[in-house]
Design a protein around this ligand. Structure first.
Ligand code: FES
Length: 106
């Protein structure tokens, strides 16, 4: 199980043992990590599962898909490392990655 660190905007850190094959969003919800709202339940229709993948870890999380790109385009707080966590399927290569959560979802 890859260990993933999620850091809330206020600095609170949560290290989770993530389940491979589940989305990063679902793993965060299952571990009751605040800062991921996921209002649409993972349908890529709300943008409230926004997160930032730190460092060089983005290669392990795959590419932004077209629907995700359109949702991210509506986020004023989008950065180069922005992702929607419901569009990332956790895999073993994600062990050790750090994910920051935006202020908007506090
Ligand atoms: Fe709604 Fe990810 S949960 S876009």
């Amino acid at each position: 199980m890859p260990r993933i660190t999620l850091i809330e905007f206020n600095g609170n850190e949560h290290v989770i043992e993530a389940e491979v094959g589940q989305t990063l969003m679902q793993n965060a919800m299952d571990n009751m990590v605040p800062g991921i709202d996921a209002d649409c339940g993972g349908a890529c229709a709300c943008g409230t599962c926004h997160c930032y993948i730190e460092g060089a870890a983005s290669a392990a999380t795959g590419e932004v898909n077209a629907l995700e790109e359109s949702m991210l385009g509506m986020r004023p707080d989008r950065e180069a490392n922005s992702r929607l966590s419901c569009q990332i399927d956790v895999n073993d290569d994600m062990d050790g990655i750090v994910v920051r959560l935006p202020e908007y979802q506090m």
